[in-house]
Design a protein around this ligand. Structure first.
Ligand code: CAA
Length: 375
């Protein structure tokens, strides 16, 4: 067992860290305040090869290993979790295609996102969040098309996506069907951008399908495969939510450490007080433990080993400690931590959604419990 990164992974981590420090951190607060999507940062990330991270080289992706992918995501989220989320929304939308797509589908649709386009994963509905099986979007086969009706909500990248990966139920049946749905199809409408507590530089909107005619060639897998395709996609994606949470925790910890050394009270830096030292020690320990779980879960993906439980461990633990570390980082900053110009205020707001999206942490515990009880 070797816990060291290899040379390539080290180089990728340094490159991502430098990019984040130079290009993202200086503008992250501004885009968060304006709730604007920083297209130019996405363009630069594409230019330097830190984009479409899940895609193999043969489809125009960087073809990096999964540990490198997690290292990049961690760094991006340390710089701005809103930007990291939008970047990773493309990976999330790609997983159903990687899992269930044909060669033609992969070539056509990955070709769009590697040439400057965006994509979105459309699963959640107003009345079906945790309960995926309860979704109401229907698909009816008519000739060589499926007629799609329904509504998806909280969709990251919805406003800018060229296509969506969508889960629906076959009309009057219990079969799940997964599709790639092109943005320009008639009857597809995107709602207004949602105003959010955190991740404010990411785009979130609803997507409605009103008799949208999707070509049958856009079906992923066979009729009935949709649920498993989407669940597998989530097992690949959840460790990267863990990596985002880890980036938030790492960033909040670094800010708290720096501040504790600078800030003087009672004639000495507050880092000299054991009350603060214990908080910093706990933060460092939790960040390290989360990193090990994230790296182990993506290592399973790299090996082609089922990673559902490990993926839930990583997502759940890393996001719980991101919330805790960000909360403690605000506490160490005292009143300054509550002021918006301090980075910890943003880490605190961005951390919350990590415990909610891509399956709430309660659902992660359901997945873990199912797995350990079945053993
Ligand atoms: N891989 C492969 N197969 C899987 C699987 C996986 N990871 N998980 C489940 N399955 C299979 C099961 O083995 C089962 O197969 P059989 O019928 O052959 O036995 C089938 O799928 C049904 O599984 P369950 O009985 O476990 O299904 P369930 O209805 O009880 O639901 C659930 C399971 C875990 C609660 C699931 O609904 C779930 O994950 N909910 C959370 C949804 C979620 O994560 N939403 C995130 C939205 S995306 C987002 O947030 C992104 C964003 O904006 C950035």
């Amino acid at each position: 067992m070797d816990f060291r990164l290899n040379e390539d992974q080290e180089a990728i981590k340094i490159m991502a860290r430098d990019f984040v420090n130079q290009e993202m951190i200086p503008v992250a607060r501004e885009y968060d305040e304006k709730e604007e999507f920083p297209f130019h940062i996405h363009d630069k990330l594409r230019e330097v090869g830190l984009y479409n991270l899940a895609l193999p080289e043969e489809y125009g992706g960087p073809g990096i290993d999964k540990i490198s992918h997690a290292l990049i995501v961690e760094e991006l989220a340390r710089g701005c979790a809103g930007i990291a989320t939008s970047v990773e929304a493309n990976s999330l939308a790609s997983y159903p295609i990687l899992v269930g797509g044909t060669e033609e589908q992969k070539k056509k649709y990955f070709g769009i996102i590697v040439n400057g386009g965006y994509s979105a994963f459309a699963l959640t509905e107003p009345s079906a969040g945790s309960d995926v099986s309860g979704l109401k979007t229907t698909a009816e086969r008519v000739g060589d098309e499926y007629i799609l009706n329904g509504e998806k909500c909280f969709i990251t990248n919805a406003s800018y996506a060229n296509y969506y990966t969508v889960l629906a139920k076959l009309k009057d049946s219990n079969k799940f069907v997964a599709f790639i749905v092109d943005r320009e199809l008639e009857g597809l409408n995107v709602g207004p951008h949602e105003k959010k507590m955190g991740l404010r530089s990411s785009n979130t909107a609803s997507v409605t399908f009103d008799d949208v005619r999707v070509p049958a060639e856009n079906l992923l897998g066979e009729e009935g495969d949709g649920f498993k395709i989407f669940m597998k996609a989530l097992s690949y994606a959840r460790p990267m939510v863990g990596a985002q949470a880890l980036g938030i925790a790492q960033g909040a910890y670094e800010e708290a450490l720096r501040y504790a050394k600078e800030r003087k009270q009672f004639g000495k830096p507050i880092a000299n007080f054991q009350g603060i030292q214990f908080m910093l020690a706990d933060m460092a320990m939790q960040v390290e433990a989360a990193r090990l779980l994230v790296h182990k879960s993506v290592w399973y993906v790299q090996q082609g080993t089922p990673n559902t439980k490990a993926s839930s461990f990583a997502k759940c633990y890393a996001s719980d400690i991101a919330m805790k570390v960000a909360t403690d980082a605000v506490q160490i900053h005292g009143g300054y931590g509550f002021i918006r110009e301090y980075a910890v205020e943003k880490y605190f707001r961005d951390a919350k959604i990590m415990q909610i999206y891509e399956g709430t942490n309660q659902i992660q515990r359901v997945v873990i419990a199912k797995d350990i009880l079945a053993d």
